[in-house]
Design a protein. Structure first.
Lengths: 319, 294
């Protein structure tokens, strides 16, 4: 047995051994990494900026109005000589819109998604899905005008037994917002359902499940996290929707009422109608816009946290 | 759904279906039977996917309470044929079955036959374990629930898990998600799930190809146990498996069709498993089972 020999400076093919050290500094690689980092950080910076710009004037507001008074008061009269800042009426307005929007968007959106993902022929789906995606991007002001000029009179004619008063209705605004978010809910839910493996469907079919049973008891539960995400996206849009609400529910009358036939102000409608050129900086009315904005932000934040928890709890992991 | 018992005599007088040589002599450890009862009788079956002919002119009988194996190279149509036995092919757009597929003498593709009902009688276990992302209990209870079967659900779940030789391993964690189980346990859960709807036949499409040898052994033992109550048809790539578990083996191969230049599966021969492996009639079978295929 010969002892081990350190190989001479020749590689297997006979050429000199090549260096294993880096040939240069790889500057391009570093620049790319930096640019990507910058892009990722930008959204964090912007979000932080939004929160700060909401919070600073809000702090000014809460030095004059107590948080308890703000959150529990039932009279919202910011512009009056003797102003009152109980936010509940416009919170109820927003919640009414969200309620009617969910009432429309969840069943209609989920049904369309089930149809698209489980029943529709590939050809039908190829045609309809892009249309849905275009509908998602329609300017909401156009939808608001349509609702005000067509939907409101139509719903009034269909329900003459309801006590309609005036041209505005928060219920119709909610229905319109619901219709507005149907394409979003349907499209995102459809993507989630189509991601469910075919093998799961076959397992159910092989036991004598019908198409609807497969959709409802296998595909929808397996896609639940994506479907809940779709609902949350939709509801967040409903909470934040301004233009439709301004046009259909009107800007005025911030009264505490659960009557869907009345035109009631929402949080976004208050911000949208108050934040005009007429308002002077530093006044309490000016600061109140930011307080309402901050509350709106907290509401969507709370909803997103709740949704993340629900997704974690009910998620059916399939791989 | 009443299960055909050994004594059932199936009326086949209106079908001129030749019986493959399955005789009483096959049941070495069972009582000799005068007459073989066939669960399936296939006569000149073709399966098309669109314009493509996937399986051509297959005629064979699958006897009651036996394990019948389909073997052959990839693309020979054995899985396709298996899936035509419980109308799973109906779910594939463009799939078309012609010829006669008789289940206890009834044409499975007849106008009055409901594919959903067919699958409650003829269950299926797939290549990759596909438990639902639900608890172990809910997986087994799925079938009885959708079929609204009468009886105590807990009892049905327990007896199905027992028959799938899984009960002792999972009885303390029935509420756990099925995805926490090993691959072999998942596959036995899928078998339990199939048993729970009390089928007559269990079709198995390469049920062990994703499992390790120990799990494979357990599933094979289970199959031998289950054939007392069920008719089993298994597709396998593993020839040792076919030799170990099956009573009958059908060997398929790929034939190049001159006219269409496509590859079509054809049945080469079907016989008792020991004949296929030790004394095949066709040279192609001999080449395949001895590993000289090609």
């Amino acid at each position: 047995m010969s002892s081990r020999v350190i190989s001479p400076g020749v590689s297997s093919s006979g050429s000199p051994i090549r260096s294993l050290e880096a040939p240069g500094l790889r500057i391009g690689e570093r620049i790319i990494k930096g640019l990507l980092w910058l892009a990722a950080t930008l959204s964090v910076v912007v979000t932080t900026g939004i929160v700060v710009s909401l919070l600073v004037p809000s702090i000014g507001f809460f030095q004059q109005v107590s948080i308890v008074e703000f959150l529990t008061g039932t009279i919202w009269a910011p512009g009056f000589a003797n102003p009152s800042f109980g936010v509940l009426p416009i919170v109820v307005g927003t919640l009414t819109v969200v309620f009617f929007a969910i009432l429309i968007a969840v069943p209609v959106g989920l049904s369309s998604a089930i149809f698209l993902s489980e029943y529709a022929t590939p050809k039908f789906r190829k045609t309809v899905k892009p249309i849905l995606e275009v509908l998602e991007g329609l300017p909401t002001v156009a939808i608001g005008l349509f609702a005000f000029s067509v939907l409101t009179p139509l719903i009034r004619q269909l329900t003459p037994f309801l006590p309609w008063t005036g041209p505005f209705s928060i219920g119709v605004a909610g229905i319109t917002v619901g219709l507005l978010i149907v394409p979003l809910v349907a499209s995102v839910s459809d993507d989630a359902m189509r991601a469910v493996p075919r093998a799961l469907r076959e397992g159910a079919y092989a036991m004598g499940a019908t198409k609807f049973e497969v959709a409802l008891k296998v595909v929808v539960p397996a896609a639940a996290s994506g479907i809940i995400a779709a609902f949350v996206l939709g509801i967040s849009r409903a909470i934040g929707e301004t233009m439709v609400v301004l046009l259909v529910a009107g800007a005025g009358s911030p009264v505490l009422s659960f009557d869907p036939t009345k035109g009631i102000q929402t949080m976004t409608a208050y911000i949208g109608s108050t934040a005009t050129g007429d308002i002077s900086q530093g006044t309490i009315t000016y600061d109140s816009i930011f307080a309402v904005g901050a509350l709106l932000f907290l509401m969507t934040l709370a909803m997103n946290i709740l949704a993340i928890r629900m997704v974690k709890k009910y998620r059916e992991v399939y791989d | 759904m009443p299960k055909a018992t050994t004594g059932d005599v199936v009326s086949t007088e209106d079908q001129a279906v030749p019986t493959v040589g399955v005789t009483a002599a096959l049941n070495e450890d069972g009582p000799a039977r005068e007459q073989t009862v066939n669960t399936f009788e296939l006569h000149k079956v073709n399966v098309h996917y669109g314009d493509m002919l996937a399986v051509k002119d297959v005629s064979l009988d699958i006897p009651h309470n036996q394990i019948t194996a389909f073997i052959g190279p990839s693309g020979c149509g054995k899985s396709t044929l298996l899936r035509s036995l419980n109308r799973m092919n109906d779910l594939i757009p463009g799939a078309r079955v012609s010829g006669d597929v008789l289940y206890h003498g009834v044409n499975m593709y007849g106008p009055k036959i409901d594919p959903v009902q067919v699958r409650t009688v003829i269950g299926m276990v797939f290549q990759k374990p596909n438990p639902f992302p639900k608890s172990i209990y809910d997986n087994v209870a799925f079938g009885p629930r959708i079929l609204k079967m009468k009886g105590n659900l807990d009892d049905m779940v327990e007896s199905s898990l027992r028959r799938a030789a899984l009960w002792d391993e999972v009885k303390d964690r029935l509420k756990d998600n099925a995805f926490g189980m090993s691959g072999g346990q998942q596959q036995r859960l899928c078998i339990a799930r199939a048993i729970a709807v009390q089928p007559d036949v269990i079709l198995m499409d390469e049920p062990c190809s994703a499992l390790d040898p120990v799990s494979t052994g357990k599933v094979e033992d289970l199959m031998l146990e289950l054939k007392k109550e069920y008719t089993i048809v298994i597709v396998t790539h593993n020839m040792q498996q076919a030799a170990r578990v099956s009573d009958l083996t059908a060997f398929f191969t790929v034939a190049a069709m001159d006219q269409t230049n496509s590859r079509t599966g054809v049945l080469v021969e079907m016989d008792e498993t020991r004949n296929i492996f030790s004394n095949p009639k066709d040279e192609r079978t001999a080449n395949y089972v001895t590993g000289k295929f090609g």
